[in-house]
Design a protein around this ligand. Structure first.
Ligand code: URA
Length: 237
């Protein structure tokens, strides 16, 4: 939530009185005088004072889920179960995983964070464990490092491909990308004539999928984890 949204809609100030308060240095966030009414705020990370009176800020929700196959990364779907159906509160996924992809999915009700994190300009690394139906070699590692071009001309930023196990009929690898194009990992392998048979996201930025979460389980993020995500999105606290 932006500071001005809190002051106008929660504290019911008029625009004029909000700006007067800011001009007279009456508003402090984490002990710093506020000059920017558009700054993002969250009760987990910020203490807001107006004329030395502490304000009760809204705390956003932040979760990590081990998404199982079969759930849709959407808030609602007419036919199929979604990741958001598993929660009683109003939240949405940060980016998306395909229906048959499993692994780490972040969910929040923080609009700024969920808008920023998937943008390529923040270069948040997403790491996937992948199995393909053929032999992976140093040639594919090189092509991924140069940047794959999809059939049709869309170009992907350089990606890291680390081969874990390579055989004629099946190979396993780890792939790190910094973008979130539609079906990106599957299409990158298709561009080198391989078909993805299994895909699991194991890391999103600094956050790793731990053994604590079985497929379908989720947990709230700690304050340190929330701060790491705010750092990735260049939001201040
Ligand atoms: N790339 C894909 O192809 N699918 C996903 O779900 C995520 C990344």
């Amino acid at each position: 939530m932006r500071l001005y949204q809190y002051l106008l809609f929660e504290k019911k100030l008029s625009k004029n009185s909000m700006r007067r308060l800011i001009r007279s240095n009456a508003i402090r966030l984490n002990d710093q005088i506020v000059t920017d009414e558009a700054i993002e705020i969250d009760g987990w990370l910020h203490q807001l004072m107006i004329y030395d009176e502490p304000c009760q800020l809204i705390r956003h929700s932040y979760y990590m889920m081990n998404k199982p196959k079969g759930l849709i990364s959407a808030t609602e779907d007419k036919k199929l179960p979604t990741v958001c159906d598993q929660f009683s509160e109003k939240i949405w996924p940060i980016g998306r995983l395909d229906r048959n992809t499993e692994g780490l999915l972040l969910l929040t009700d923080n609009g700024q964070l969920s808008f920023r994190l998937p943008l390529p300009k923040y270069k948040v690394e997403k790491v996937y464990r992948v199995k393909v139906n053929g032999l992976l070699t140093a040639n594919e590692v090189e092509q991924f490092a140069r940047g794959i071009e999809f059939y049709g001309g869309i170009y992907c930023a350089p990606a890291k491909l680390e081969i874990i196990d390579a055989n004629q009929n099946e190979s396993e690898a780890r792939v790190t990308i910094t973008e979130g194009k539609f079906h990106q990992v599957k299409k990158m392998f298709l561009a080198v004539n391989l078909y993805v048979t299994y895909l699991q996201r194991i890391q999103y930025g600094p956050l790793k999928l731990g053994y604590d979460l079985q497929p379908g389980e989720f947990r709230a993020l700690s304050i340190d984890e929330i701060k790491m995500l705010w750092d990735c999105a260049q939001l201040q606290y």
